[in-house]
Design a protein around this ligand. Structure first.
Ligand code: B12
Length: 226
């Protein structure tokens, strides 16, 4: 007698999975979100699409709903907490690449409380074989400088989400550049949506990158071939 066929695996349709994921975020259905996240992780070999096309897109939509008073601050906070916790499901994927011996220090500027983008940046460095040291939100500049001084950084990546954070990020980049002229500085984050790139890139040694996709290109250009 023939063995029964296993049920067919449902086809991965990104838009459908995205809609279910967003619905789960807005209704505090963590398990639905987890399933969608896992499906995306299984369907996509790298992290770019998972982070940008699922998690980032959903949080931008949540932000728009909050801005238009369609959801409460509490719902937005729940959606954020669910998103942040799910990122850890990608953790095993980060260390599949051989280590290249280089370190990236990733941090948010002083007064910047949006930390999910920065965490993704650190993850992407790890995914490409770097050590990605993520210092989180609102890190005092003197402490960032101390860690760079302790040789924690072959590159520093700064994340800025708030338009009002541009001055702090420029201060941070200027101080890092002055103390450690050989360390490249990358700046990214959604503050760029509202302009300011030219001001940031006026600091010598600073490169603004628009997205994780751009960071991937930078990583490929800066591969260590030793
Ligand atoms: C969650 C959230 C919060 C949480 C953050 C908690 C946390 N753990 O991070 C809390 C509640 C703290 C918060 C507070 C505030 N928030 Co808020 N928040 C958001 C929300 C909904 C999601 C943020 C997020 O995680 N997005 C998803 C991540 C993945 O996207 P991302 O940060 O852009 O990162 C991606 C890229 O930019 C890139 N990237 C990021 N950094 C870097 C760095 C490098 C080097 C590179 C290469 C790439 C890169 O990679 C990421 C993946 O693609 C957004 C809505 C939105 N549009 O994002 C509003 C939003 C950012 N917040 C906003 C506001 C106004 C505030 C408050 C002022 C609200 C208030 N009145 O208190 C405060 C300010 C706090 C502060 N001083 O920072 C506005 C900002 C508007 C502006 N022009 O500046 C937004 C856009 C909401 C809106 N639509 O108006 N917020």
């Amino acid at each position: 007698m023939n063995a029964p066929h296993p049920p067919p695996t449902p086809a991965f349709v990104a838009e459908d999975v995205y809609r279910l994921y967003l619905d789960g975020l807005l209704t505090n259905n963590r398990e639905q979100c987890r399933q969608c996240f896992q499906q995306w992780l299984d369907a996509e070999p790298d992290l770019l699409s998972l982070y940008e096309d699922l998690v980032q897109r959903a949080l931008y939509d949540v932000g728009d709903l909050w801005e238009r008073n369609r959801i409460s601050v509490a719902t937005e906070h729940l959606a954020t907490a669910i998103s942040e916790s799910l990122l850890n499901l990608a953790y095993p994927r980060l260390f599949a690449t051989p280590r290249n011996g280089q370190s990236a220090l990733v941090t948010c500027a002083a007064n910047e409380h949006h930390q999910i983008g920065g965490k993704m940046v650190a993850d992407l460095f790890e995914f490409h074989g770097w050590r990605g040291c993520f210092l989180g939100a609102n890190t005092p500049l003197r402490d960032v400088l101390a860690l760079v001084g302790e040789k924690w950084a072959d590159v520093v990546a700064l994340s800025v989400a708030m338009t009002s954070g541009l001055a702090d990020v420029i201060d941070a980049a200027t101080a890092i550049r002055t103390a450690f002229p050989a360390v490249p500085i990358l700046v990214g984050g959604q503050a760029r949506r509202w302009g300011g790139r030219e001001r940031v890139e006026r600091v010598p040694g600073v490169r603004c990158l628009a997205s994780l996709r751009d960071l991937t290109i930078w990583l490929k250009e800066n591969e260590n071939h030793d």
